[in-house]
Write a protein that binds this ligand. Structure first.
Ligand SMILES: Cc1cc2nc3c(=O)[nH]c(=O)nc-3n(C[C@H](O)[C@H](O)[C@H](O)COP(=O)(O)O)c2cc1C
Length: 164
């Protein structure tokens, strides 16, 4: 699959099977995040991997958008490691890398911004210097899951691109 084929075929998966993710697939997803570009290569990202029943259950209480995923990643950054104020951007690139690697492995995901960051910090006792940016529920798409109608509602070329 070319990158363009990967990018065009991916969509947000909002319903998952209980089927666990194979360890080697999860490892590849995390590796794609580990090698993502970051400002000054400071690598301020910290990924919390909820895969035990207890951790997943806690994650489900802090967001309405975990969609029964068997594994939920919380993508965070460390304020003491980021270059300037680039931590959030870095974490976003890391999350994007993982989303595409997951898709290449046949694993669906949905970027989730709708979660309670304070509750996440409290629930997992995260250090003060750790800032959550996104959740990424991942897993095999449940039967019948389709892209949402908005998935292909792309704006026109000229609306978002200006040749200078
Ligand atoms: C920063 C960001 C925040 C998002 N937050 C949520 C969310 O909280 N819940 C959700 O179901 N989808 C969320 N999404 C997924 C978008 O709705 C989705 O990517 C968009 O509608 C395009 O659809 P597609 O991913 O299927 O191409 C988010 C995506 C991004 C990039």
């Amino acid at each position: 699959m070319t990158f363009m084929e990967l990018a065009k075929s991916r969509y947000s998966v909002r319903g998952f099977k209980d089927t666990p993710i194979e360890e080697e697939k999860l490892a590849a997803i995390l590796e794609a995040g580990r090698i993502a570009p970051t400002a000054c290569n400071n690598q301020p990202q910290h990924i919390y991997v909820a895969k035990s029943a207890e951790a997943v259950a806690k994650m489900r209480t802090i967001s309405p958008c975990t969609y029964n995923a068997p594994v939920i990643l919380a993508i965070c950054y460390d304020t003491t490691v980021q270059a300037a104020n680039f931590g959030e951007m870095d974490a976003s690139i890391v999350c994007t890398h993982m989303m595409f690697e997951a898709w290449e492995q046949g694993i669906g995901s949905c970027w989730v911004g709708m979660f309670n960051a304070e509750e996440l910090v409290k629930a997992f006792n995260l250090p003060e210097n750790i800032r959550p940016v996104a959740l990424l529920p991942i897993g095999y798409a449940a039967d019948g899951i389709q892209p949402a109608p908005l998935h292909t509602a792309y704006r026109e070329y000229a609306d978002t691109i200006t040749e200078l």
